[in-house]
Design a protein around this ligand. Structure first.
Ligand SMILES: *[C@@H]1O[C@H](CO)[C@@H](O)[C@H](O)[C@H]1NC(C)=O
Length: 165
């Protein structure tokens, strides 16, 4: 009985805490936006990334455009594509070991391959994730280009999690 009450109390507290955080964040939003911009602009000045030579050095615009394309994938489908990809490689590997017909994984592998053709969008997203993951923060070109893209990325990411209902 006691632990049940404790549990309820904890849940209640967590709920209040999370509501307060959301509200506080919303409340500060307009103020923090201009603060954010001022901050980024001074960084851009410091790293001299406001010149025209930086116009073509965008790092994330193409990825952002990708977000707006209709064919978007879900996290679930993305994970499933990776699992299928693993199985395709697994059966391919097994196939190289099986010379006899009886337990040749060829059929299973082809079925996996066929199914994966429905996951082309997810595969593309996976490729993008890898590209983003390989970006080096120490590379000056990437650093400057990414700094210039920051406000755009932040705005989009903010909106994504604060959609009006
Ligand atoms: C830095 O990034 C740019 C753009 O991606 C690339 O062309 C260049 O080779 C990179 N430089 C180094 C030292 O990795």
């Amino acid at each position: 009985m006691d632990s049940w009450l404790n549990m309820m109390l904890l849940c209640g507290l967590l709920l209040i805490a999370s509501l307060q955080t959301t509200n506080a964040f919303r409340f500060r939003r307009s103020n923090s936006k201009s603060h954010l911009e001022t901050n980024v602009h001074s960084l851009q000045d410091h790293y001299k990334t406001r010149g025209t030579e930086w116009v073509s050095k965008s790092v994330f615009v193409s990825h952002l455009n990708q977000l707006n394309s209709k064919a978007s994938c879900t996290c679930q489908a993305l994970l499933l594509e990776r699992m299928l990809n693993f199985y395709e490689e697994l059966f391919k590997d097994m196939q190289s070991e099986h010379k006899d017909e009886r337990n040749n994984p060829q059929y299973v592998m082809n079925e996996v391959k066929k199914l994966r053709q429905n996951y082309i969008v997810e595969h593309k997203v996976w490729k993008e994730l890898q590209e983003i993951n390989s970006l080096k923060v120490k590379n000056g070109t990437i650093r400057g280009g990414a700094l210039n893209d920051f406000l755009m990325v932040f705005e989009r990411a903010y909106t994504e999690k604060h959609k009006q209902v």
